[in-house]
Design a protein around this ligand. Structure first.
Ligand SMILES: Nc1ncnc2c1ncn2[C@@H]1O[C@H](COP(=O)(O)OP(=O)(O)OP(=O)(O)O)[C@@H](O)[C@H]1O
Length: 494
């Protein structure tokens, strides 16, 4: 029963109706107690689906249809929640309840003595003027925030995020996700990376990205592009190690017709394709010496010359380069030009390996799982053992390996649960069980400590909600909802 509603005893015959597997079920029950948002019914014999209809016959108003959900069953009957319906139905329902209100001097909501029956209750502040026609609207208005709060308290962080996303994107059509919002991470290392991305993105500086394979270098390059003034221009990515050395120059700089055997027509290279935007040169450590010289020339004068061409042309691009090799060592050993290294190295972002990102591992795994599950409209979760195995695994292939393992787990899961074996991580789980980690790893809020995480984030950000929300990688409205949900006040946070 709704805690905020006036509840009366009644004896209404009602039909409960639902459809399962194309079959219509009807059952007659009796409503014993009724409020605007709930009822207690007796005589229910079947298992109900999550949502069903109940059709009480209200004396004087006839049959009304209400949408309902089962809250709990007991020996006395079943408690159901009634959802707000159209105004006419609500008025009929309220008319029935009002007619059965026993005269009392106590507030029917909270029991506080009240003899005026005018205005609001001194204690719970709810509107008491039942006799007025406007009561229903005033009641709905007055109780809206409290109803919302009751519901919010039952939701977890992910639900709240989903609802806010839905409202923003589907109802308000706000495209509020920033391009790096799919970039998951709240570990110290990743927060530093995000801060650097935001700082350097709007500039025209060349950026060098360092990090093991699969740590997110390409994603970083895309974020740099999206957060720059070049975002409307093209983003062109070239994996220099994937193109044979003999073809790389023509691929990057283009060629004129007849420049070499097989050059039947003039072709633009990737530099020209990226004109006005960003060129991402992945595996830059693998380009041959001749191309290193050509790239250096470009960085100095911004001119390119097609293979077999006689003139040069100006190109307006920003270069973001990446490598998982130790360029400094390659430079010392003579495999990479020092002048090019220093040109590219004017701003460097180092992506930490996944094994050093603490609880980000689990956060990323959940992010990928959510994506796969949403694409196939399935509900699937990790078992506790899987979560532990994800924490323990060393992840030599970093985020790409994690994504692949979660994809495998998603395909192999049975009964809606991914066990370590589904991801081929059973050994990591067994070693975790044998040597439990004393260090629970820093990271995002777990259910039991979520309040503490929210308080900590607020403290660390001088109570600036937007910044604390950013630190926890949640939206600002979600942060406000959490502050309210946990009743956090500035004084508690100290
Ligand atoms: N922090 C992250 N949040 C969400 N997805 C990520 C993150 N980091 C990486 N990914 C995903 O992991 C995969 C590998 O990332 P990416 O290709 O950017 O890595 P890389 O360092 O460029 O790899 P390589 O060196 O092998 O080219 C991609 O699917 C990418 O979207």
């Amino acid at each position: 029963m709704g805690r905020l509603d006036v509840r009366v005893r009644t004896n209404l015959d009602s039909v409960v109706q639902y459809i399962s597997r194309d079959e219509r079920h009807c059952e007659t029950v009796t409503i014993k107690e009724l409020s605007l948002s709930g009822a207690l019914v007796s005589g229910l014999t079947t298992q109900l689906p999550e949502l069903f209809a109940i059709r009480p016959v209200l004396p004087g108003a006839g049959e009304v249809e209400l949408r309902a959900r089962l809250v709990r069953r007991s020996e006395n009957g079943a408690a159901i929640r009634i959802f707000y319906s159209d105004k006419k139905t609500m008025q009929a329902l309220w008319g029935h309840i009002k007619g059965r209100l026993a005269p009392s001097d106590d507030c029917p909501y909270c029991g506080h003595p009240d003899d005026s029956r005018e205005g609001s209750c001194d204690r719970c502040n709810l509107y008491l003027n039942f006799g007025k026609d406007s009561y229903l609207e005033r009641h709905i208005e007055n109780t809206f925030a409290q109803r919302l709060n009751i519901r919010l308290n039952r939701l977890n962080l992910e639900h709240i995020d989903k609802i806010i996303d839905f409202v923003d994107s589907k109802l308000l059509k706000i495209k509020h996700r920033s391009p790096d919002s799919e970039f998951i991470g709240t570990s110290e290392g990743m927060l530093a990376v995000f801060a650097m991305i935001r700082k350097v993105a709007p500039t025209e500086m060349s950026v060098l990205l360092l990090g093991e394979s699969g740590t997110g270098k390409e994603l970083t390059a895309k974020a740099l592009h999206e957060l720059s003034a070049r975002r409307e221009g093209p983003f062109v990515a070239v994996n220099c190690a994937a193109i044979p050395e003999t073809l790389l120059e023509a691929e990057l700089f283009g060629y004129e017709k007849g420049a070499f055997t097989g050059a039947y027509a003039t072709k633009k290279g990737r530099f020209e394709a990226a004109d006005g935007g960003t060129l991402f040169l992945d595996e830059i450590g693998d380009i041959p010496a001749t191309l290193q010289a050509k790239l250096l020339r470009f960085l100095e004068d911004r001119l390119i010359e097609r293979v077999g061409g006689s003139g040069s042309r100006k190109i307006d691009i920003r270069i973001v380069a990446a490598t998982n090799r130790n360029l400094q060592k390659a430079m010392v050993e003579g495999g990479f030009r020092a002048d090019l290294y220093y040109r590219l190295n004017s701003f460097t972002i180092k992506l930490p390996p996944l094994r050093e990102r603490g609880e980000d591992k689990v956060r990323l795994a959940r992010h990928f799982l959510e994506r796969f599950a949403a694409a196939e409209n399935r509900r699937i979760d990790f078992s506790a053992a899987s979560v532990e195995a994800i924490r323990q695994h060393r992840w030599p292939g970093n985020v790409r390996e994690l994504e692949n393992k979660v994809r495998r787990g998603f395909l192999m899961a049975s009964d809606g649960l991914i066990e370590p074996a589904c991801m081929e991580l059973e050994e990591d789980f067994h070693s975790a069980a044998a040597h439990p980690s004393p260090d629970p790893q820093p990271g995002p809020p777990r259910a039991e400590s979520r309040r503490e995480s929210v308080v900590r984030a607020l403290e660390q950000n001088d109570y600036v909600v937007a910044r604390a929300a950013r630190q926890l990688q949640i939206s600002r409205p979600s942060m406000y909802a959490l502050i309210k949900k946990y009743g956090i006040k500035k004084d508690d946070a100290k």
